[in-house]
Design a binder for this molecule. Structure first.
Ligand code: C2E
Ligand code: MG
Ligand code: MG
Ligand code: MG
Length: 294
């Protein structure tokens, strides 16, 4: 039909360059618009933190919560962080978003402590630019003081690529936090460009096996081998090993068999709003109280 013919024409001869230039241009415009909308979104309070529990592999008990940002535009729907975080990274907005995430996670943690929800650590994700800037760590310190939280009550997740780009200043800050008891996880472990020798250098406490390995492990021996090796090396280094993206029983059994300590994924819980998280956790509090009372 006509459209197909037109597209084919675009993709041949000198038009081809025009076509790709046009595509790049369109993408830049889209990103610019997204960045602008995001600025308004922050002012209008359209960002929210969702929480996904991490459970102990053996008992299924909820241990920690990972905070995952969501954007609910006023016109409806939800924008995924994998779409807007990279845009925010390129536009410096990431610093303001990061500050908001840190403050919101600390505020929420303090509120849940105040209503006696038990102690669940909240882990936040930090991206490369945020870490390099160091400001986010100042915010973390300020907020921990302001909301009277200990470094044990807030953890951080960094990808391998963020860690290998970390300079001495960043490493020193991470070491200080580590020595004060903050949990530091390597996110998406196995997908970055780091060599294993980096594990010696970084002050980390946990490895999170990327969900692509977990997804394919039941039918792919290579993925199983990588997972088994990760668990082995993690444990030998005294680190906790977390399996990300566990969606079904088969995957759960496998990661348990392999010795993962913690499990996170849709099989147990999807990321939930603060309200739903609070309902879930307070339900658990009531249950344990009942058991104790009877
Ligand atoms: P991540 O830190 O690796 O987070 C895990 C992602 O996997 C989340 O996607 C989560 O919703 C999803 N997930 C969890 N369990 C399952 C499962 O069983 N199956 C599948 N298919 N997916 C599962 P989400 O929330 O869309 O976040 C995507 C990424 O965006 C995060 O990956 C993280 O890198 C980034 N991100 C999220 N929140 C923040 C934030 O506050 N700050 C920064 N800098 N980055 C964030
Ligand atoms: Mg994460
Ligand atoms: Mg991950
Ligand atoms: Mg990821």
């Amino acid at each position: 039909n006509a459209d197909v013919a037109k597209n084919r024409a675009k993709l041949s001869g000198p038009n081809r360059y025009w076509f790709f230039e046009q595509q790049i241009h369109d993408e830049l415009v889209r990103q610019h618009q997204l960045a602008e909308r995001l600025q308004y979104a922050m002012r209008r309070g359209e960002l929210a933190l969702y929480y996904q529990p991490q459970v102990a592999a053996r008992s299924g008990r909820i241990e920690n919560l990972e905070a995952l940002i969501r954007w609910f535009p006023s016109e409806g729907g939800v924008v995924s962080p994998s779409e807007f975080i990279p845009v925010a990274e390129r536009s410096n907005l990431i610093h303001r978003i990061g500050e908001w995430v840190v403050r919101e996670a600390c505020r929420q943690q303090a509120q849940w402590k105040a209503v006696g929800l038990g102690d669940y650590r909240i882990d936040i994700n930090l991206s490369g630019k945020q870490v390099a800037n160091l400001k986010v760590f100042e915010t973390l310190e300020t907020c921990m003081q302001e909301f009277q939280l200990s470094p044990r009550e807030i953890g951080i997740e960094l990808t391998e690529n963020v860690l290998i780009q970390a300079d001495d200043r960043v490493l020193n800050v991470l070491r200080r936090l580590y020595h004060r008891g903050m949990k530091i996880a390597i996110d998406d472990f196995g997908t970055g460009y780091s060599s294993l020798s980096y594990l010696k250098l970084f002050p980390v406490t946990a490895l999170k096996i990327d969900r692509t390995f977990v997804r394919d492990a039941p039918h792919d021996p290579s993925d199983r081998a990588i997972m088994a090796a990760t668990v082995f090396i993690g444990h030998r280094l005294g680190l906790e090993v977390v399996a990300e993206g566990v969606e079904n029983e088969e995957q759960l059994e496998l990661v348990c068999e392999m010795g993962c300590d913690l499990v996170q994924g849709y099989y147990h819980f999807k990321p939930m709003s603060a309200t739903d998280t609070q309902k879930l956790l307070s339900g658990l509090v009531t249950v344990t109280t009942d058991i104790r009372d009877s």
